[in-house]
Design a protein around this ligand. Structure first.
Ligand SMILES: Cc1ncc(COP(=O)(O)O)c(C=O)c1O
Length: 385
């Protein structure tokens, strides 16, 4: 249900002298996440308080929260992983690919969703196709999506794509792309690192085969947290490592050397070793509980409303922003006019205490519910040349 959120800055400990518009770099810490981390840290003062059940219960709670966020059929489909690259490696290890097939990616996407495919292509004789961003600004996002759809054919074994482009926020229509990929017998893995948590994504409605997310950006967890959702093609695959807790009956600590050939059910076999991290897992739980309480559609709506008055101002200053149909509101690039030099923008931003990312000729702006009009005013002032 849509509700209009008010600014949630009071739930964070941001420096009042700074304008943090860089959630795409990493999220600031919710106070509730910080408290969960501190009590997790202090727990090890009294290790006898950590019981065998504690190795499982919080991990299961976290799996269930993430499953709810992405509308997975059940928590069984979720694995707890340390990074996006780990999740992509799981998919690469289990991809049924043969020589002559191809993997499609968008141009200049994040390396954690490129290197695994480069390696696999070398090992199995696959081709890689990077779909270029259109040079012209008019309808750029729409044309880029059309180009990706056009690239999908009977040779396509995998489309590996973000939901939004990490550097400029272009939104990829995963639902249409998944549908065409499946018509040609291929699979699709989405990198949700720059969207899940701030932009609604429904793995069932979108028809994905796998979804991989690092957890320290829009999922507001600590660094080295992440999630993998594995659909039917991958869920019975081979894990990257053989760790004890992922084997059947690992709950019974007295029987651990009664070695088990079977894994725990579902995607648990892909959990990273020591995934019961007693500091990080409670932090991730607190983060996902808050995100679910806000609602990702409400987060997106908040960002949309926050930036709306400034889009015409940036346009009047000569900056180009993608049409809202083809970009997110929580992460988008504004392209510098030729008269404005990136180094000058960077100097202004630094002087005004504004945190955004400058990537080539784009300023990447990534707001969240902790931002308010004062942050956008300061940004607009710094962009005024
Ligand atoms: C789209 C995207 N994927 C993944 C990552 C992080 O990857 P990893 O968890 O492998 O460090 C980032 C970091 O900026 C990103 O922007």
């Amino acid at each position: 249900m849509k509700t209009l959120l008010h600014c949630q800055k009071h739930l964070f400990s941001l420096d009042p002298g700074q304008h943090y518009l860089n959630g795409a770099y990493m999220s600031p810490m919710l106070k509730s996440v910080e408290e969960a981390g501190l009590s997790g840290l202090l727990r090890k003062r009294q290790p006898q308080r950590i019981s065998a059940a504690d190795f499982f219960e919080d991990a299961e709670r976290l799996r269930a929260l993430f499953a709810r966020l992405i509308n997975a059929r059940s928590a069984d489909e979720v694995a707890l992983i340390p990074s996006a690259s780990y999740g992509m490696a799981v998919v690469a290890k289990n991809l049924p690919a043969r020589a002559g097939q191809k993997i499609i990616m968008a141009d200049a996407q994040f390396p954690s969703n490129v290197y695994p495919w480069m390696k696999l292509a070398g090992e199995r004789g696959l081709d890689l196709e990077f779909v270029a961003m259109p040079v012209g600004k008019e309808h750029r996002g729409k044309i880029w999506n059309e180009r990706i759809l056009h690239a999908i054919d009977d040779r396509t074994v995998l489309v590996a794509l973000g939901h939004v482009h990490w550097a400029n926020g272009t939104r990829f229509d995963l639902e249409q792309i998944a549908a065409k990929t499946h018509r040609h017998g291929g699979l699709i893995v989405a990198d949700g690192t720059q969207s899940v948590g701030a932009l609604p994504l429904d793995v069932q409605a979108f028809g994905l085969d796998a979804l991989i997310c690092a957890g320290y950006k829009w999922l507001m967890g600590p660094y080295s947290s992440g999630y993998a959702w594995l659909g039917p093609t991958f869920i019975e695959g081979q894990p990257l490592e053989e760790n004890w807790i992922n084997r059947r009956n690992s709950e019974d600590f007295a029987q651990l050397v009664n070695y088990q050939p079977d894994y725990q059910p579902g995607a648990r076999r892909f959990d990273v070793g020591e995934r019961s991290n007693f500091i990080a897992v409670p932090m991730c739980i607190a983060a996902l509980e808050q995100i679910l309480a806000w609602g990702t559609d409400n987060i997106q709506a908040y960002c949309h409303t926050l930036i709306a008055p400034y889009l015409p101002k940036w346009a009047a200053l000569g900056y180009h922003t993608e049409h809202p149909d083809w970009r997110a509101a929580h992460l988008f690039g504004i392209e510098l006019p030729p008269r404005v030099k990136p180094a000058d923008v960077q100097q202004n931003l630094k002087a005004a205490g504004i945190s955004v990312s400058v990537r080539g000729d784009f300023v990447r702006i990534s707001p969240h519910v902790y931002n308010d009009a004062a942050d956008l005013e300061a940004l607009t002032e710094a962009l005024s040349f």
